[in-house]
Design a protein around this ligand. Structure first.
Ligand code: ADP
Ligand code: MG
Length: 257
């Protein structure tokens, strides 16, 4: 964990709409190291999804630049995998057929990549379900299948946009535990957007707090749990300083005003 893999430089984004201009992002700069898990929290509508879309290359910012591995982002890249709130599994395809979808689309469904996809299914407990259809799986398993589909194309960086917010609370805790260990195990870099402060603290090495629209960075917190070696999202929720991080970030988000 040392080299900077994502570098966001002075990114600003203004949308043109019928009702005039919407200034979503003002002047955002930060970087993410290889293997780091960074989350972005901020009030609803402040521009979090916009920021992820800019990083992914899906939209072009009105100001500033993003670099991935030192290369300026001008379009979507195979180095980046995107996971959203909805799992977007196709109900008429089996889990295996869903998992290899990205490989099919990119025309890289080689024997080696098929094998890799099967390995991922085995490692992460979905191999026995590979011939089932999504509606035969629980919400948590579907989300894991969606992550495996994202990993099957071997991205270096994962972008997660409120990826767990459609799940009920219990499932969500279990799934974050799962997804966190998969991401760490595979050595991926992750940038996660969430409105859930506890979720962001529990999973991240750093939490970036954004202000209301137009979003600027309010603060960046390094999250460390000295009392929680071999941390997992669930375990560190019991660490004494978890509350402190929570209260600080809660105050910064200023949700009442
Ligand atoms: P968040 O993910 O933090 O809730 P978004 O990035 O989705 O916020 O949106 C930030 C602001 O930009 C919102 O006010 C939203 O209405 C506006 N916005 C998002 N996408 C578009 C678009 N394609 N055209 C115009 N305005 C948009
Ligand atoms: Mg959003």
């Amino acid at each position: 964990m040392s080299k900077e893999i994502v570098d966001v430089q002075n990114v600003g984004m203004k949308y043109q709409s019928l009702n005039g201009e919407i200034n979503a992002l003002e002047d955002i700069s930060f970087s993410v190291k290889k293997g780091e898990f960074v989350s972005i929290v901020g009030p609803s509508g402040c521009g979090k999804s916009t920021l992820l879309s800019v990083i992914s290359g899906l939209i072009k910012p009105t100001h500033g630049k993003v670099f991935i591995d030192g290369e300026e982002v001008t379009k979507t890249s195979h180095k980046v995998g995107y996971m959203l709130q909805k799992d977007y599994l196709f109900e008429w395809r089996t889990i295996y057929q869903n998992v290899i979808l990205g490989l099919e689309i990119r025309k890289i469904l080689t024997p080696e990549n098929r094998e890799h996809a099967l390995e991922l299914l085995k490692t992460y407990g979905l191999y026995e379900f590979k011939d089932k259809y999504p509606n035969q799986l629980s919400g948590g398993m579907r989300q894991r299948a969606a992550l495996i589909r994202t990993l099957a194309v071997k991205p270096e960086i994962l972008l997660l946009d409120e990826a767990f917010s459609a799940l009920d609370y219990q499932t969500r805790l279990a799934v974050t535990e799962d997804i966190y260990s998969i991401i760490k195990n595979e050595g991926k870099t992750a940038i996660m957007v969430t409105h859930d402060i506890a979720e962001s603290i529990s999973m991240s090495d750093r939490v970036i707090v954004l202000t209301r629209r137009p979003a600027v960075i309010k603060s960046i917190h390094s999250i460390e749990f000295a009392d929680c070696p071999n941390r997992t999202p669930l375990k560190c929720r019991d660490a004494p300083n978890f509350r402190q991080y929570f209260n600080t970030i809660w105050r910064e988000l200023d949700v009442h005003v």
